[in-house]
Design a binder for this molecule. Structure first.
Ligand code: C2E
Ligand code: MG
Ligand code: MG
Length: 726
């Protein structure tokens, strides 16, 4: 049985049309507990006593006065629904009454017939129920807003058209937009969300995604552009709100600032990814490094039988890169390597791998090859591509490549062997004239073994006294007198016999032994010079060759001065020969070391001049005393007699810079005659004397040149050369 409805009746029927008495008779009295208030003033007193479920206000007409009464009731009893009963059938007035807070507006009158008691009861119950629902909804909405305003995440709601309907406090704070101003505006004009990577505005995408009905979450890499244009890193979610019949009624956008801890976690993750990448890639070119290459080669080998294919490894080393790097500097060298990397990538298929091994060495893996010839075609294509000009900064650079090729399965069954054999083949390509490709042959390994064994036997050579110095004279061309000696190291290997310095010095540099060998040479040469000078022999200077690693060593200067000190040789008798490669390594510090040496009286000679990349531009830079013209220019006198311009130009430049000019590699009397005719000051070469062991050189100093090495050039006839033997 239904609980009785407590009704407070205010019959404000001023016109005197009372509520029909039948209205509240049976069966209504079973269901209603009725209290009457005679006037508005009584309502507040009735409220606490009767706690009505509903107030029934009877008005003849809801005119201004009647509506005022209604408002007063609503104000004094906001929780109690009010049902209006009136005799006037006016839609506009009824609407006003509803707006003023009536829950229901019932019409009764002659045209509408008397109000049936049952209908009245139903209307009253509906009013109570509707009010209860409205209150619940209101409370729910209130609670939701309170919750939303309590959370730290920003929440924005839009309607179906994308206009903002709600912003919680966090959203107001983060965006800089108060709800009052943002409400009703399109979301895209209020909230600018940028993609952190492309910096494209994604607010419109937010609408689109939501419109599609697909909830979306972006974990990071997004930026909120605040009203004051400050960008905040955020993550956000967006989801559609569905109305009736699943139509989209709007969007909810939730976003939050990515906090410092989170940012750090993301940065750490990013760093881990970058570290994983850099562990497998070359920092300069971004190409796979040797570790990743090995993996790829092994993978290609593993899949080759399935595809009935071959795998080739091309080991590539640039010719002359060292000169470019040394003379133009590392930054240009680096850019050239990047340009090479790009050319290599352009030459291969997507399935192939181009990797950098370090320095100027690259390895290309050709997977799924049908014939060995395919590797030859690729090698040729690569060499052609590399030799084209590389424009780096303002320089037009030319460089060539030598390539060694090994093929699976013939030349190796794993990555290590294949790469090692391709490397060996590359050495052969280099030794046989460079800018070539060379397929690996098993016999080549013998050579590699030889190099390794030489390296191993270099170590005990000093201790076993296997080294000796030979001395080659330098001759003043005008007088034929010996101006000095160049100390040249000789190694007698217990098994192999004589090993040329051209062969073992680079190996000694490779393994660092050059430091102790160089020190031995310097001490030995100084002692020898002092010995000859002490014996009254006219030695002139004693020249000692210095390699790059020696000069670069932090104690080089102190080392040289210490040897001079120990041996007691006057520094003025010592000349150091340095090639351009040696000079250009750390040009700045080299200059200061050379200046310090010259201050002590040591002379500096530029060895093998003319073969470097930028010799001329650096001639002025270094403190020099002598210029030794590289043998190749003198050899050209016999091989290309018409191309003497460079040789004569170098002699000229040297003289103008007030340097002693010494021509190396004089092998014939024609060479000598030419140099004499072109006023070259000094010469050195087999024609004059080969490098000699100390005893023989001492004899040469005693007696002068026994052979008649000098020819008289017609221009020099007539007295000046009276002292020279013919
Ligand atoms: P370099 O300093 O340019 O020495 C000249 C080289 O040319 C010597 O070769 C010498 O024997 C050779 N030579 C002299 N006259 C002629 C000639 O008329 N025709 C030809 N074809 N060659 C001639 P060597 O002794 O084999 O030395 C080769 C290079 O090894 C030297 O070139 C120098 O760079 C290096 N070297 C020699 N001894 C030492 C040393 O004690 N320390 C260092 N660091 N390097 C050395
Ligand atoms: Mg030399
Ligand atoms: Mg030389």
């Amino acid at each position: 049985m239904c609980k009785k409805l407590r009704v407070l009746l205010l019959d404000n029927n001023l016109a005197g049309a009372p509520l029909p008495p039948a209205t509240f008779t049976e069966p209504l009295s079973h269901n209603i507990e009725l209290t009457r208030a005679d006037c508005m003033a009584q309502i507040p007193t009735h409220l606490p006593n009767h706690a009505p479920d509903v107030i029934l206000l009877v008005l003849e007409s809801p005119d201004a006065h009647g509506l005022e009464t209604l408002r007063k009731i609503r104000a004094s009893a906001p929780a109690v629904p009010v049902v209006l009963l009136t005799a006037v059938d006016d839609d506009a007035l009824a609407a006003q009454a509803l707006q003023a807070g009536a829950q229901e507006c019932l019409i009764m009158g002659p045209q509408h017939g008397q109000l049936n008691a049952r209908d009245l009861l139903r209307a009253l119950r509906h009013a109570v129920e509707r009010k209860r629902r409205e209150d619940a909804l209101f409370a729910e909405k209130d609670r939701t807003q309170a919750v939303l305003n309590c959370i730290d995440d920003a929440v924005v709601c839009t309607d179906a058209a994308g206009n903002i309907r709600f912003l919680n406090l966090a959203a107001e704070k983060m965006s800089g937009w108060p709800l009052q101003e943002a409400g009703g505006r399109p979301i895209s004009t209020v909230l600018q969300i940028l993609d952190g990577v492309s910096r494209e505005i994604v607010a419109s995408r937010v609408d689109i995604e939501a419109g599609r009905g697909a909830p979306m979450h972006r974990a990071g890499d997004s930026l909120l552009l605040r009203r004051d244009k400050i960008e905040i890193p955020i993550e956000y979610s967006v989801a559609p709100v569905h109305g009736v019949a699943a139509s989209v009624a709007g969007t909810v956008l939730v976003f939050r600032e990515i906090g410092a801890a989170r940012e750090m976690a993301r940065a750490a993750q990013k760093m881990a990814l970058e570290m994983a990448h850099s562990a497998q890639h070359d920092y300069l070119t971004g190409l796979p490094n040797r570790m990743l290459l090995n993996d790829r080669v092994d993978h290609a080998i593993a899949t080759a039988p399935r595809h009935l294919s071959k795998v080739a490894v091309l080991f590539l080393d640039l010719d002359g890169f060292k000169h470019i790097n040394d003379s133009l500097g590392h930054s240009i060298g680096d850019k050239l390597l990047q340009s090479i990397a790009q050319r290599l990538l352009n030459c291969v298929r997507a399935a192939d791998t181009v990797s950098r091994r370090g320095g100027d060495e690259f390895v290309v893996l050709l997977s799924e090859m049908e014939h060995d010839e395919d590797a030859a075609v690729s090698a040729t294509r690569i060499m052609e591509a590399i030799k084209e000009v590389h424009s780096v900064d303002q320089h037009d650079l030319y460089v060539t490549a030598s390539i060694g090729v090994s093929v699976y399965p013939d030349d190796g069954l794993n990555s290590e062997t294949l790469i090692k054999n391709a490397d060996t083949a590359m050495y052969y390509a280099k030794e046989n004239g460079r800018q070539k490709y060379q397929f690996f042959k098993p016999a080549m390994n013998v050579r590699a073994v030889v190099r390794q064994s030489i390296k191993e036997s270099l170590r005990p050579a000093l201790r076993r006294r296997e080294f000796a110095l030979h001395y080659q004279p330098k001759i003043r061309l005008l007088t034929g007198e010996i101006t000095g000696a160049e100390a040249l190291i000789r190694w007698t290997h217990p098994v192999r016999g004589t090993v040329s310095p051209a062969e073992f010095i680079p190996l000694a540099e490779d393994c660092g032994l050059i430091l102790s060998i160089g020190n031995w040479v310097l001490r030995e040469a100084c002692k020898q010079a002092l010995n000859w000078l002490g014996a009254g022999l006219p030695l002139g200077t004693m020249a000692v060759n210095v390699s790059a690693m020696e000069l670069r060593h932090e104690n080089f200067l102190e080392g040289v001065l210490a040897v001079l000190d120990e041996t007691g040789l006057d520094p003025a008798y010592l000349e150091l020969e340095l090639t351009e490669t040696v000079l250009m390594k750390n040009a700045e510090s080299t200059t200061s070391i050379l200046k310090a040496l010259r201050t002590k009286g040591v002379q500096i000679a530029f060895d093998d001049f003319g073969t470097g990349y930028s010799s001329l531009s650096h001639l002025r830079k270094f403190p020099l005393d002598a210029l030794k013209i590289d043998q190749s220019f003198v050899h050209q006198l016999s091989t290309a007699p018409d191309e003497t311009t460079i040789l004569t130009a170098i002699i000229d430049i040297g003289r103008k810079l007030k340097l002693r000019v010494i021509a190396e590699g004089v092998e014939t009397k024609e060479d000598l005659a030419f140099l004499q005719a072109h006023d070259c000051e000094e010469a050195q070469g087999y024609y004059l004397s080969r490098p000699l062991p100390p005893e023989q050189f001492a004899k040469l100093l005693q007696s002068g040149l026994q052979r008649a090495p000098l020819v008289l050039h017609p221009r020099l006839m007539g007295g000046q050369l009276a002292g020279l033997r013919r």
